[in-house]
Ligand binder design. Structure first.
Ligand code: PMP
Length: 405
Protein backbone atom coordinates (compact mmCIF):
# COMPACT_ATOMS: atom_id res chain seq x y z
CA UNK A 1 0.00 0.00 0.00
CA UNK A 2 1.33 3.45 -0.87
CA UNK A 3 -0.17 5.65 1.74
CA UNK A 4 0.09 9.37 1.80
CA UNK A 5 -1.61 11.94 3.98
CA UNK A 6 -3.65 14.89 2.79
CA UNK A 7 -3.70 17.01 5.88
CA UNK A 8 -4.57 14.29 8.42
CA UNK A 9 -6.57 12.11 6.02
CA UNK A 10 -4.83 8.94 4.93
CA UNK A 11 -5.13 8.34 1.21
CA UNK A 12 -4.33 5.00 -0.33
CA UNK A 13 -2.81 6.04 -3.65
CA UNK A 14 -3.06 2.66 -5.30
CA UNK A 15 -6.67 1.99 -4.29
CA UNK A 16 -7.88 5.50 -4.96
CA UNK A 17 -5.91 6.10 -8.16
CA UNK A 18 -5.66 2.87 -10.15
CA UNK A 19 -3.80 4.51 -13.04
CA UNK A 20 -0.87 5.52 -10.83
CA UNK A 21 1.35 2.46 -10.60
CA UNK A 22 3.49 1.93 -7.55
CA UNK A 23 6.70 3.95 -7.68
CA UNK A 24 5.60 6.35 -10.41
CA UNK A 25 5.88 10.00 -9.39
CA UNK A 26 3.11 11.68 -11.34
CA UNK A 27 3.87 15.39 -11.20
CA UNK A 28 1.78 16.65 -14.11
CA UNK A 29 -1.55 17.34 -12.44
CA UNK A 30 -1.63 20.91 -13.79
CA UNK A 31 -1.93 19.34 -17.26
CA UNK A 32 -4.52 16.84 -16.16
CA UNK A 33 -5.33 15.06 -12.90
CA UNK A 34 -5.40 11.29 -12.49
CA UNK A 35 -8.85 9.92 -11.78
CA UNK A 36 -9.96 8.56 -8.42
CA UNK A 37 -11.82 5.24 -8.28
CA UNK A 38 -15.19 6.85 -7.41
CA UNK A 39 -15.02 8.89 -10.63
CA UNK A 40 -14.08 5.86 -12.75
CA UNK A 41 -16.85 3.87 -11.04
CA UNK A 42 -19.46 6.58 -11.64
CA UNK A 43 -18.57 6.68 -15.34
CA UNK A 44 -18.59 2.89 -15.55
CA UNK A 45 -21.96 2.67 -13.79
CA UNK A 46 -23.46 5.31 -16.05
CA UNK A 47 -22.44 3.46 -19.22
CA UNK A 48 -23.16 -0.06 -17.91
CA UNK A 49 -26.36 0.50 -15.97
CA UNK A 50 -28.13 3.83 -16.29
CA UNK A 51 -27.23 5.25 -19.69
CA UNK A 52 -29.81 7.10 -21.80
CA UNK A 53 -30.18 10.53 -23.33
CA UNK A 54 -31.25 13.57 -21.34
CA UNK A 55 -33.96 16.22 -21.65
CA UNK A 56 -35.88 14.50 -24.44
CA UNK A 57 -36.79 10.96 -23.50
CA UNK A 58 -40.39 10.07 -22.68
CA UNK A 59 -39.28 6.88 -20.95
CA UNK A 60 -38.26 6.47 -17.32
CA UNK A 61 -34.55 5.77 -17.95
CA UNK A 62 -34.14 9.06 -19.75
CA UNK A 63 -36.08 10.94 -17.08
CA UNK A 64 -33.75 9.45 -14.45
CA UNK A 65 -30.67 10.39 -16.46
CA UNK A 66 -32.00 13.93 -16.81
CA UNK A 67 -32.40 14.10 -13.03
CA UNK A 68 -28.80 12.93 -12.60
CA UNK A 69 -27.58 15.44 -15.18
CA UNK A 70 -29.38 18.33 -13.49
CA UNK A 71 -28.30 17.12 -10.03
CA UNK A 72 -24.72 17.51 -11.24
CA UNK A 73 -25.48 21.09 -12.27
CA UNK A 74 -26.76 21.79 -8.74
CA UNK A 75 -23.63 20.16 -7.31
CA UNK A 76 -21.39 22.41 -9.42
CA UNK A 77 -23.38 25.49 -8.40
CA UNK A 78 -23.00 24.60 -4.73
CA UNK A 79 -19.29 23.77 -5.20
CA UNK A 80 -18.46 27.22 -6.59
CA UNK A 81 -20.93 29.23 -4.51
CA UNK A 82 -23.23 30.14 -7.42
CA UNK A 83 -26.58 31.71 -6.60
CA UNK A 84 -28.48 29.23 -8.77
CA UNK A 85 -27.85 26.13 -10.85
CA UNK A 86 -29.25 28.03 -13.86
CA UNK A 87 -26.02 30.06 -13.85
CA UNK A 88 -23.96 26.94 -14.61
CA UNK A 89 -23.36 26.17 -18.29
CA UNK A 90 -21.76 22.85 -19.20
CA UNK A 91 -19.10 23.18 -21.88
CA UNK A 92 -16.17 21.06 -23.12
CA UNK A 93 -13.67 22.78 -20.87
CA UNK A 94 -12.18 26.12 -19.96
CA UNK A 95 -11.11 26.70 -23.55
CA UNK A 96 -14.68 26.38 -24.79
CA UNK A 97 -16.00 28.45 -21.87
CA UNK A 98 -13.76 31.40 -22.76
CA UNK A 99 -14.50 31.06 -26.47
CA UNK A 100 -18.20 31.08 -25.64
CA UNK A 101 -17.85 34.34 -23.71
CA UNK A 102 -15.75 35.91 -26.48
CA UNK A 103 -18.05 34.82 -29.31
CA UNK A 104 -21.35 35.51 -27.57
CA UNK A 105 -20.79 38.28 -25.03
CA UNK A 106 -17.74 39.78 -26.74
CA UNK A 107 -19.17 40.08 -30.24
CA UNK A 108 -22.35 41.73 -28.96
CA UNK A 109 -20.96 43.94 -26.21
CA UNK A 110 -17.63 45.17 -27.58
CA UNK A 111 -17.23 47.90 -30.20
CA UNK A 112 -14.26 49.54 -31.93
CA UNK A 113 -12.02 51.30 -29.41
CA UNK A 114 -13.22 49.25 -26.44
CA UNK A 115 -10.36 47.76 -24.45
CA UNK A 116 -9.88 44.55 -22.53
CA UNK A 117 -7.14 43.81 -20.01
CA UNK A 118 -5.34 40.45 -19.95
CA UNK A 119 -2.06 39.64 -18.22
CA UNK A 120 1.37 38.45 -19.30
CA UNK A 121 0.87 35.06 -17.67
CA UNK A 122 -2.36 34.03 -19.40
CA UNK A 123 -2.77 30.61 -20.97
CA UNK A 124 -3.25 30.78 -24.75
CA UNK A 125 -6.89 29.90 -24.18
CA UNK A 126 -7.36 33.27 -22.48
CA UNK A 127 -5.49 35.16 -25.21
CA UNK A 128 -6.36 33.70 -28.59
CA UNK A 129 -10.19 33.83 -28.28
CA UNK A 130 -9.88 37.59 -27.68
CA UNK A 131 -7.54 38.01 -30.63
CA UNK A 132 -10.05 36.16 -32.82
CA UNK A 133 -12.77 38.66 -31.97
CA UNK A 134 -10.38 41.62 -32.09
CA UNK A 135 -10.49 41.26 -35.88
CA UNK A 136 -14.26 41.55 -35.85
CA UNK A 137 -14.87 44.13 -33.12
CA UNK A 138 -11.89 46.46 -33.32
CA UNK A 139 -11.23 45.95 -29.61
CA UNK A 140 -7.83 46.78 -28.14
CA UNK A 141 -6.02 44.26 -25.93
CA UNK A 142 -3.91 45.61 -23.07
CA UNK A 143 -1.54 43.39 -21.13
CA UNK A 144 -1.00 43.78 -17.40
CA UNK A 145 2.63 43.05 -16.42
CA UNK A 146 3.81 40.81 -13.59
CA UNK A 147 5.58 41.61 -10.36
CA UNK A 148 9.20 40.56 -9.95
CA UNK A 149 8.12 37.28 -8.31
CA UNK A 150 5.56 36.39 -10.97
CA UNK A 151 2.19 37.65 -9.78
CA UNK A 152 -0.22 39.67 -11.87
CA UNK A 153 0.65 43.21 -10.83
CA UNK A 154 -2.66 44.64 -9.66
CA UNK A 155 -1.09 48.02 -8.86
CA UNK A 156 -0.18 48.20 -12.54
CA UNK A 157 -3.68 47.03 -13.47
CA UNK A 158 -5.17 49.80 -11.36
CA UNK A 159 -3.04 52.37 -13.17
CA UNK A 160 -3.88 50.93 -16.60
CA UNK A 161 -7.65 50.56 -16.28
CA UNK A 162 -9.88 53.23 -17.85
CA UNK A 163 -13.56 53.64 -18.62
CA UNK A 164 -12.76 52.24 -22.11
CA UNK A 165 -12.07 48.86 -20.52
CA UNK A 166 -15.07 46.59 -20.81
CA UNK A 167 -13.50 43.37 -19.61
CA UNK A 168 -10.66 42.17 -17.41
CA UNK A 169 -9.81 38.49 -18.02
CA UNK A 170 -7.22 36.87 -15.74
CA UNK A 171 -6.09 33.50 -14.47
CA UNK A 172 -6.91 32.75 -10.83
CA UNK A 173 -3.81 30.53 -10.54
CA UNK A 174 -1.03 30.58 -13.14
CA UNK A 175 -0.53 27.19 -14.79
CA UNK A 176 3.21 27.94 -15.07
CA UNK A 177 4.10 29.86 -11.92
CA UNK A 178 1.39 28.76 -9.53
CA UNK A 179 0.94 32.39 -8.45
CA UNK A 180 -2.47 33.10 -6.96
CA UNK A 181 -4.42 36.18 -7.98
CA UNK A 182 -6.18 38.36 -5.44
CA UNK A 183 -9.44 37.90 -7.35
CA UNK A 184 -11.50 40.08 -5.03
CA UNK A 185 -9.22 43.05 -5.57
CA UNK A 186 -9.07 42.41 -9.33
CA UNK A 187 -12.89 42.33 -9.43
CA UNK A 188 -13.13 45.58 -7.47
CA UNK A 189 -10.65 47.26 -9.83
CA UNK A 190 -12.57 46.07 -12.91
CA UNK A 191 -15.91 47.14 -11.51
CA UNK A 192 -14.56 50.55 -10.48
CA UNK A 193 -14.20 51.42 -14.19
CA UNK A 194 -17.43 49.66 -15.20
CA UNK A 195 -15.69 46.60 -16.70
CA UNK A 196 -16.72 42.98 -16.27
CA UNK A 197 -14.27 40.42 -14.94
CA UNK A 198 -13.70 36.91 -16.24
CA UNK A 199 -11.60 34.51 -14.22
CA UNK A 200 -9.90 31.47 -15.72
CA UNK A 201 -10.16 29.12 -12.76
CA UNK A 202 -8.65 26.03 -14.37
CA UNK A 203 -5.78 25.71 -11.90
CA UNK A 204 -7.68 27.17 -8.95
CA UNK A 205 -10.72 24.91 -8.53
CA UNK A 206 -8.59 21.79 -7.85
CA UNK A 207 -6.44 23.64 -5.30
CA UNK A 208 -8.37 26.40 -3.50
CA UNK A 209 -11.89 26.86 -2.17
CA UNK A 210 -13.67 29.03 -4.77
CA UNK A 211 -16.83 31.04 -4.11
CA UNK A 212 -17.80 33.07 -7.16
CA UNK A 213 -20.31 35.13 -5.19
CA UNK A 214 -17.84 36.08 -2.47
CA UNK A 215 -15.16 36.81 -5.06
CA UNK A 216 -17.53 39.19 -6.84
CA UNK A 217 -16.66 38.06 -10.37
CA UNK A 218 -18.84 38.07 -13.50
CA UNK A 219 -17.59 34.99 -15.36
CA UNK A 220 -15.72 31.96 -14.04
CA UNK A 221 -14.40 29.14 -16.25
CA UNK A 222 -12.85 25.77 -15.48
CA UNK A 223 -12.21 22.28 -16.85
CA UNK A 224 -13.37 19.05 -15.22
CA UNK A 225 -10.28 17.02 -16.07
CA UNK A 226 -7.96 19.09 -13.87
CA UNK A 227 -10.44 18.61 -11.02
CA UNK A 228 -10.05 14.81 -11.02
CA UNK A 229 -13.02 14.49 -13.38
CA UNK A 230 -13.30 13.34 -17.00
CA UNK A 231 -11.98 15.17 -20.05
CA UNK A 232 -14.43 16.87 -22.39
CA UNK A 233 -16.48 18.50 -19.67
CA UNK A 234 -16.10 21.91 -18.09
CA UNK A 235 -18.05 24.79 -16.68
CA UNK A 236 -18.81 28.37 -17.53
CA UNK A 237 -20.44 30.22 -14.67
CA UNK A 238 -21.78 33.72 -15.25
CA UNK A 239 -24.07 36.14 -13.45
CA UNK A 240 -27.65 35.46 -14.54
CA UNK A 241 -28.29 38.94 -15.93
CA UNK A 242 -25.15 38.63 -18.05
CA UNK A 243 -26.17 35.21 -19.38
CA UNK A 244 -29.56 36.72 -20.21
CA UNK A 245 -27.84 39.41 -22.27
CA UNK A 246 -25.90 36.86 -24.32
CA UNK A 247 -27.15 35.42 -27.62
CA UNK A 248 -26.58 31.74 -28.40
CA UNK A 249 -23.23 30.98 -29.99
CA UNK A 250 -24.03 27.52 -31.35
CA UNK A 251 -27.40 26.47 -32.75
CA UNK A 252 -29.01 23.07 -32.74
CA UNK A 253 -31.16 20.78 -30.68
CA UNK A 254 -31.91 21.31 -26.98
CA UNK A 255 -31.39 25.07 -27.04
CA UNK A 256 -34.53 26.15 -28.89
CA UNK A 257 -38.02 27.06 -27.86
CA UNK A 258 -39.66 26.96 -31.33
CA UNK A 259 -38.18 26.55 -34.79
CA UNK A 260 -39.70 27.54 -38.10
CA UNK A 261 -37.85 28.38 -41.29
CA UNK A 262 -38.81 31.99 -40.76
CA UNK A 263 -37.73 32.36 -37.15
CA UNK A 264 -36.40 30.48 -34.15
CA UNK A 265 -36.81 31.36 -30.51
CA UNK A 266 -34.42 30.12 -27.85
CA UNK A 267 -34.59 28.67 -24.38
CA UNK A 268 -33.23 30.67 -21.45
CA UNK A 269 -29.75 29.97 -20.02
CA UNK A 270 -28.19 27.54 -19.42
CA UNK A 271 -30.00 25.46 -22.09
CA UNK A 272 -29.52 28.25 -24.66
CA UNK A 273 -25.77 27.60 -24.50
CA UNK A 274 -25.89 23.80 -24.55
CA UNK A 275 -26.74 22.98 -28.16
CA UNK A 276 -26.78 19.30 -29.09
CA UNK A 277 -26.62 16.14 -27.02
CA UNK A 278 -24.35 17.03 -24.12
CA UNK A 279 -21.49 15.05 -22.60
CA UNK A 280 -23.93 13.24 -20.30
CA UNK A 281 -21.49 10.82 -18.71
CA UNK A 282 -18.86 13.54 -18.43
CA UNK A 283 -21.28 15.51 -16.31
CA UNK A 284 -21.94 12.45 -14.11
CA UNK A 285 -18.19 11.98 -13.72
CA UNK A 286 -17.72 15.64 -12.83
CA UNK A 287 -20.31 15.27 -10.08
CA UNK A 288 -18.39 12.31 -8.65
CA UNK A 289 -15.13 14.27 -8.89
CA UNK A 290 -16.56 17.17 -6.89
CA UNK A 291 -17.85 14.72 -4.27
CA UNK A 292 -14.38 13.17 -4.09
CA UNK A 293 -12.57 16.49 -3.77
CA UNK A 294 -15.00 17.74 -1.14
CA UNK A 295 -14.74 14.51 0.83
CA UNK A 296 -11.11 15.48 1.37
CA UNK A 297 -11.78 19.22 1.52
CA UNK A 298 -10.13 21.97 -0.47
CA UNK A 299 -8.51 23.62 2.57
CA UNK A 300 -6.78 20.28 3.30
CA UNK A 301 -5.78 19.84 -0.37
CA UNK A 302 -4.42 23.38 -0.45
CA UNK A 303 -2.42 22.88 2.74
CA UNK A 304 -1.10 19.57 1.42
CA UNK A 305 0.04 20.98 -1.92
CA UNK A 306 1.48 24.09 -0.28
CA UNK A 307 3.67 21.89 1.93
CA UNK A 308 4.86 19.88 -1.10
CA UNK A 309 5.64 23.07 -3.02
CA UNK A 310 7.60 24.47 -0.07
CA UNK A 311 9.62 21.26 0.22
CA UNK A 312 10.30 21.18 -3.52
CA UNK A 313 11.30 24.83 -3.77
CA UNK A 314 13.60 24.54 -0.75
CA UNK A 315 15.34 21.48 -2.23
CA UNK A 316 15.63 23.02 -5.72
CA UNK A 317 16.96 26.28 -4.28
CA UNK A 318 19.85 24.24 -2.87
CA UNK A 319 20.97 23.14 -6.35
CA UNK A 320 23.28 25.77 -7.86
CA UNK A 321 22.34 25.44 -11.50
CA UNK A 322 18.58 25.58 -10.88
CA UNK A 323 16.57 28.71 -11.60
CA UNK A 324 13.20 28.80 -9.86
CA UNK A 325 10.23 30.77 -11.16
CA UNK A 326 7.16 32.10 -9.40
CA UNK A 327 6.49 33.15 -5.82
CA UNK A 328 7.27 30.99 -2.78
CA UNK A 329 3.58 30.67 -1.93
CA UNK A 330 2.72 29.14 -5.32
CA UNK A 331 -0.33 26.90 -5.33
CA UNK A 332 0.67 23.36 -6.29
CA UNK A 333 2.95 24.26 -9.21
CA UNK A 334 6.74 24.73 -9.45
CA UNK A 335 8.48 25.82 -12.66
CA UNK A 336 12.25 25.72 -13.00
CA UNK A 337 15.12 25.49 -15.44
CA UNK A 338 18.61 24.01 -15.09
CA UNK A 339 21.45 26.00 -16.59
CA UNK A 340 22.71 24.45 -19.82
CA UNK A 341 20.00 21.74 -19.96
CA UNK A 342 16.94 21.99 -22.17
CA UNK A 343 13.72 21.37 -20.19
CA UNK A 344 12.83 18.58 -22.62
CA UNK A 345 16.04 16.78 -21.63
CA UNK A 346 15.16 17.27 -17.97
CA UNK A 347 11.77 15.69 -18.63
CA UNK A 348 13.21 12.78 -20.59
CA UNK A 349 15.85 11.95 -17.98
CA UNK A 350 13.31 12.24 -15.16
CA UNK A 351 11.05 9.85 -17.06
CA UNK A 352 13.84 7.24 -16.89
CA UNK A 353 13.60 7.60 -13.10
CA UNK A 354 9.79 7.22 -13.31
CA UNK A 355 9.14 10.86 -12.58
CA UNK A 356 6.58 12.51 -14.88
CA UNK A 357 6.81 16.28 -15.27
CA UNK A 358 5.85 18.68 -18.05
CA UNK A 359 8.45 20.50 -20.12
CA UNK A 360 7.70 23.17 -22.68
CA UNK A 361 5.98 26.52 -22.99
CA UNK A 362 2.83 25.31 -21.20
CA UNK A 363 0.59 27.15 -23.68
CA UNK A 364 1.94 30.41 -22.31
CA UNK A 365 4.40 31.65 -24.94
CA UNK A 366 4.07 35.35 -24.02
CA UNK A 367 4.98 34.44 -20.44
CA UNK A 368 8.02 32.46 -21.64
CA UNK A 369 9.13 35.53 -23.62
CA UNK A 370 8.72 37.73 -20.53
CA UNK A 371 10.76 35.27 -18.45
CA UNK A 372 13.42 35.19 -21.18
CA UNK A 373 13.21 31.43 -21.74
CA UNK A 374 11.84 29.15 -24.47
CA UNK A 375 10.51 26.62 -22.03
CA UNK A 376 10.52 25.55 -18.40
CA UNK A 377 10.29 22.26 -16.57
CA UNK A 378 7.18 22.13 -14.40
CA UNK A 379 6.31 19.87 -11.49
CA UNK A 380 2.70 20.10 -10.35
CA UNK A 381 1.05 18.34 -7.46
CA UNK A 382 -2.24 16.69 -6.67
CA UNK A 383 -3.90 14.98 -3.73
CA UNK A 384 -2.08 11.72 -4.47
CA UNK A 385 1.43 13.16 -4.20
CA UNK A 386 3.53 12.87 -1.09
CA UNK A 387 7.07 13.58 0.13
CA UNK A 388 8.17 10.37 -1.67
CA UNK A 389 7.36 12.06 -4.99
CA UNK A 390 9.31 15.18 -4.03
CA UNK A 391 12.25 13.00 -3.10
CA UNK A 392 12.07 11.13 -6.42
CA UNK A 393 11.98 14.45 -8.27
CA UNK A 394 14.97 15.86 -6.42
CA UNK A 395 17.02 12.67 -6.87
CA UNK A 396 16.11 12.72 -10.56
CA UNK A 397 17.23 16.33 -10.90
CA UNK A 398 20.51 15.57 -9.15
CA UNK A 399 20.99 12.82 -11.75
CA UNK A 400 20.30 15.35 -14.54
CA UNK A 401 22.92 17.71 -13.15
CA UNK A 402 25.45 14.84 -12.90
CA UNK A 403 24.78 13.75 -16.50
CA UNK A 404 25.20 17.30 -17.79
CA UNK A 405 28.26 17.88 -15.62
N1 PMP B 1 -6.28 27.97 -18.46
C1 PMP B 1 -5.34 27.44 -17.68
C2 PMP B 1 -4.73 28.27 -16.59
C3 PMP B 1 -4.93 26.12 -17.89
O1 PMP B 1 -3.99 25.58 -17.12
C4 PMP B 1 -5.53 25.38 -18.93
C5 PMP B 1 -5.10 23.96 -19.22
N2 PMP B 1 -3.71 23.79 -19.29
C6 PMP B 1 -6.51 25.98 -19.70
C7 PMP B 1 -6.87 27.27 -19.43
C8 PMP B 1 -7.21 25.25 -20.80
O2 PMP B 1 -7.93 24.18 -20.31
P1 PMP B 1 -8.53 23.07 -21.28
O3 PMP B 1 -7.41 22.67 -22.18
O4 PMP B 1 -8.94 21.98 -20.35
O5 PMP B 1 -9.67 23.70 -22.00
Amino acid sequence: MTQTFVSDRPLDKVADFPAIPHGWAYLDTAATAQKPTPVVDAIDRAYRQTYATVHRGVYQRSADMTLAYEAARRRVAQFIGAGSDQEVVFVRGATEAINLVAQSWGLTHLKPGDRILLSTLEHHSNIVPWQLIRERTGLIIDVCPLTEDGRIDLDAAEAMLTRDHKLVALAHVSNVLGSVLDVKRAADLAHAVGAKILIDGCQAVPRLPVDVTALGVDFYAFSGHKLYGPTGIGVLWARPEILDSMPPWQGGGSMIDKVTFEQTTFLPAPARFEAGTPHIVGVIGLHAAIDYVESIGLPAIHAHETALVAETRAALAGINSVRLFGPDDSAGIVSFTIEGVHPHDIGTILDESRVAIRAGHHCAQPLMAALGVDATARASFGVYNGPDDVQALIEGIERVTRIFG
